[in-house]
Design a protein around this ligand. Structure first.
Ligand SMILES: CCc1cccc(CC)c1NC(=O)n1cc2c(c1)/C(=N\C(=O)c1ccc(N3CCN(C)CC3)cc1)N=N2
Length: 309
């Protein structure tokens, strides 16, 4: 039973487990484009396109993400891509998209990624408008498991939102796009672009002491994600100025159709003080999660219901 370890910010920064491999992993084998049969395009983002691909010698199906070096230079995101590769290639968890390897030619960088057969979660969310509570609870349980794994390696994702989550063939979700992930604690200010909706207060306005933050930023984002799964829109969605103000004050209201248990979890995650946010270990055993996720729970409820329990 390991001791409860103090959260990163209260601990002297120990050497980065990901950065200093004690037993350097044998260099992954060299990949090149000729090894792959390229299939249909799966999607495209700001800096890349992704294609279905099959590795010729093994028939292994994967997703090949192609990034153009000039675009990365213009977007000043080479450092982020390097960090994405460094971090994601060291991770192995069922709810984190695998990065099996990478290679490059004169013009392009190629990432060999796990293929997620059911595509982008945000498209499923838009189509469904909002998820039933059992579905949302299962997704949040999977996110909590993935974040516990990440935080155990002192990595914080910092960009948890539906757009960065993919769905595997069996309906399981996979956190993707580690472009904003870093090792905690982090006190560098990063110019954020894109939606403010998921940013926690400590990243919106610098605190009194140094403006640093820890993995607990992902707890806030998990709260925003829970809300958006159940309500269909983000809790602080407004004009950019108003969104920042509402986040900084934690001003949001949960609609009546959300169950009391779900509301309780959202309120315990969307807490201004990072130290007071419910830890992931407690998220995984929260009544709302247990009610919808623990195997046999439904059988138990039926049984106790049948017995008039
Ligand atoms: C380059 C694209 C990009 C930019 C930025 C961030 C991200 C991560 C979300 C990505 N995507 C990325 O890295 N991706 C890595 C990936 C990946 C994307 C992926 N699958 C799909 O994109 C996909 C899309 C649609 C699909 N179908 C839609 C229609 N349905 C009826 C059947 C299923 C099935 C799979 N597998 N690994």
């Amino acid at each position: 039973q390991h001791q409860h370890r103090p959260s990163a910010e209260s601990r002297p920064s120990d050497p980065d487990p990901l950065a200093l491999p004690t037993d350097p992993k044998p260099k992954a084998k060299q990949f090149h484009l000729g090894m792959f049969e390229i299939g249909k395009p799966l999607g495209k983002g700001k800096f890349g396109r992704v294609y279905l691909a099959r590795e010729r010698s093994t028939g292994f199906v994967c997703a090949l993400k192609v990034l153009h070096k000039t675009e990365l230079q213009q977007g000043k995101v080479e450092k982020q891509v390097r960090r994405e590769i460094e971090i994601q290639s060291n991770l192995a968890h069922p709810n984190i998209l695998r990065l099996y390897g990478h290679f490059h030619d004169t013009k392009r960088i190629f990432l060999i990624l796990e293929f997620a057969g059911k595509g982008e979660l945000y498209k499923h969310l838009r189509k469904a408008q909002r998820f039933p509570e059992w579905q949302a609870a299962q997704y949040i349980a999977q996110m909590a498991s993935a974040l516990r794994y990440l935080h155990g390696k002192h990595v914080m994702h910092r960009d948890i939102k539906p757009e960065n989550i993919l769905v595997g063939l069996h309906g399981e979700i996979k956190i993707s796009d580690f472009g904003w992930s870093v090792h905690a604690p982090n006190n560098r200010r990063n110019t954020m672009c894109g939606t403010l909706d998921y940013l926690p207060p400590e990243m919106i306005k610098p605190g009194r002491e140094e403006n640093w933050y820890s993995e607990k930023v992902d707890l806030w984002s998990l709260g925003v994600l829970t809300y958006e799964f159940l309500v269909g829109e983000a809790p602080f969605e407004d004009t950019p100025v108003m969104t920042q103000r509402r986040i900084a004050r934690g001003e949001m209201s949960v609609p009546g159709f959300v169950s009391a248990e779900a509301r309780d979890l959202i309120k315990r995650l969307l807490v201004l003080d990072p130290e007071k946010r419910i830890p992931l270990e407690e998220v995984e055993v929260h009544p709302w999660i247990v009610k919808h996720c623990v195997k046999g729970e439904r059988a138990y409820q039926r049984a106790s219901g049948a017995a008039g329990g």
